[in-house]
Design a protein around this ligand. Structure first.
Ligand SMILES: [Fe+2]
Length: 277
């Protein structure tokens, strides 16, 4: 098995691994080590794998999330699917809860002929390359992550607070834990100072030299650490350009229903604290 680095500080393309073959403990250990080192693994596959195999591979990383009785979902721009079409600003999934997803795997099952991309950047690499004076300034600070009401899906607003300098729960590495999409403000600063500092952090994190662009090929299989890696969909996946469908399996220690219920309770608690404060 070989790992070809894709970007400075994160991402690797895996070769010499038969996604469909039987896999021994040594290969699983090598993949887990590479996952921790590179945070994003890309497998260029020749065929669609059975969904159970995707669940099995994701299971090597950690517990697979159950969502209303299923471990398999789709990000699709087809009618009747949710979240697979619109342009998506930079984020990592569910940081507006106390239990963001641990990891995500996607296999491309249908792609528009003109091509489609996902952008990635690394919270770990972005902390390491942050100028020391900015590191010192944000070290004691936290942000409020917020997902606003969505009248289409009926989702209510949810929020959670996280330190800006987060320690990665598995590797212990420091990481920059803020996102363009959901970090709405720095809790300890006045509004204008908060805005200015967040803008400086975003300018660093999303600078072209810190971003890897993945151009999808049919059957590509991507496995990434959702705490360490952020993603964005730079343009809307308009169904008029063709179907874009990615099969998704998620790693979490909790079921989706449990995450949503915890988020609801945490949001109520933060709102009460806001009223008192
Ligand atoms: Fe996402």
């Amino acid at each position: 098995m070989e790992f070809r680095p894709l970007h400075q500080g994160f991402g690797a393309e895996v070769s010499g691994f038969d996604v469909m073959g039987s896999t021994g403990p040594a290969d699983i250990a090598a993949l887990r080590a590479a996952y921790d080192e590179y945070q994003l693994l890309v497998f260029r596959c020749d065929e669609d794998m059975p969904p159970e195999r995707q669940v099995e591979i994701s299971g090597w990383i950690g517990p697979v999330m159950d969502s209303f009785g299923s471990q398999i979902g789709f990000l699709s721009n087809e009618e009747g699917f949710f979240g697979g079409r619109e342009r998506l600003p930079w984020h990592f999934d569910y940081t507006f809860t106390e239990t963001p997803f641990k990891g995500i795997s996607l296999q491309a099952v249908a792609l528009p002929s003109a091509g489609t991309t996902t952008l990635f950047t690394s919270n770990i690499a972005n902390w390491a390359s942050l100028p020391p004076e900015l590191q010192r300034r944000v070290e004691p600070l936290s942000t409020r992550h917020r997902d606003t009401d969505d009248p289409v899906s009926g989702k209510a607003e949810v929020m959670a607070d996280h330190p800006i300098r987060m320690t990665h729960p598995r590797t212990g590495k420091p990481q920059l834990f803020v996102t363009e999409y959901h970090s709405t403000r720095i809790n300890e600063l006045a509004a204008d100072e908060s805005e200015e500092l967040l803008a400086a952090l975003f300018a660093h994190m999303y600078a072209p030299e810190n971003v890897h662009e993945h151009r999808w090929q049919l059957h590509d299989f991507l496995l990434w650490d959702n705490w360490a890696i952020q993603h964005s969909r730079p343009v809307e996946a308009d169904p008029a350009d063709g179907i874009r469908s990615l099969r998704r399996v998620t790693n979490s220690d909790h079921s989706y229903e449990d995450i949503v219920e915890r988020a609801r309770l945490n949001t109520e608690e933060l709102r009460r604290a806001e009223e008192v404060g």
